[in-house]
Design a protein around this ligand. Structure first.
Ligand code: PLP
Length: 271
């Protein structure tokens, strides 16, 4: 119903974007996305940190301070009577004099329906399609997902849920989530060419034994378990990469235990 557009809260249907905004003509902008549960934003401090860092890293000025952003978000949850849902914050590249240099970004914060994976995906696990690629500006949450959007047709045709990006044999992440394996009880996740997920941060805190380091495709195929994490998926077990079965071919016990611990943490935070 209501969103924040540039400098005030308005009806979402009245929000507009100039067609010459750099977000439109150059695909330049940043965003973030968090969930709301029991009318409370989950891990908001972490998402605000990342959003503010992305804005700085892309030379886009944010008109609102951290406290003002927080205030607006709480007001939007209230005005939209939101109990469960998601919010997207976008800072566009803005209007630019030469249609190229970063301008003064326009800020939008709006409620969004959650597209959650089906229960079957958690109980049976998913397949990833390996693909040679590195996300440009991987550490920054830019709005540029042209490549994965374009490529989604191919992974769907292959019967996969998503992709697993790798370059020179080394894994980075999936299109919108981080990737992990479990080997001999230890959690291993790549350190380079990734977006540092907020879910990843908490999963790493919940894991007993862990290594954050380079992870090769060969090593991943020999894993006992594998999974991906993201804000909307939380933790989805991976049971197949290309034509290779991972572990027993079923979601693994350590993965499922981490999922349960993460859900408990969330419930504690919003109860
Ligand atoms: N990697 C990429 C490229 C993403 O787009 C995302 C998700 O939003 C993630 C990882 C996972 O991050 P988070 O757990 O903060 O949603």
């Amino acid at each position: 119903k209501y969103c924040f557009a540039r400098d005030k809260i308005i009806l979402t249907e009245n929000a507009t974007l100039h067609p010459m905004d750099l977000a439109v003509i150059r695909g330049y902008g940043i965003f973030d996305f968090f969930r709301v549960s029991n009318s409370k934003p989950l891990f908001l401090d972490h998402y605000l940190d990342r959003f503010i860092n992305s804005a700085e890293a892309t030379y886009l000025g944010l008109a609102l301070s951290r406290e003002e952003l927080s205030q607006v978000i709480l007001e939007l949850i209230d005005k939209n009577d939101m109990i469960t849902g998601g919010f997207r914050m976008i800072l566009t590249g803005g209007l630019s004099e030469n249609h190229f240099s970063p301008g003064k970004g326009s800020l939008f914060i709006f409620a969004e329906e959650l597209f959650l994976p089906s229960e079957e995906k958690y109980s049976k696990g998913i397949k990833l399609l390996g693909l040679e690629h590195v996300r440009p500006l991987a550490k920054i949450k830019t709005t540029n997902y042209a490549y994965p959007v374009w490529h989604s047709k191919i992974w769907k045709e292959a019967g996969a849920e998503d992709v697993l990006y790798h370059q020179d044999g080394m894994i980075s992440e999936s299109s919108r989530s981080n990737f992990y394996i479990i080997k001999d009880g230890k959690l291993i996740t790549p350190s380079k060419q990734i977006l540092e997920g907020i879910t990843r941060h908490h999963i790493l805190e919940l894991a007993d034994m862990k290594e954050i380091r380079d992870l090769g495709m060969e090593e991943a195929l020999q894993a006992d378990e594998a999974f991906i994490t993201s804000t909307t998926k939380v933790l989805l077990p991976v049971v197949q990469i290309d034509n290779h079965k991972i572990g027993t071919g079923k979601p693994g016990p350590i993965s499922l235990d981490l999922l349960r611990k993460f859900r408990n943490l969330e419930n504690e935070l919003v109860s």
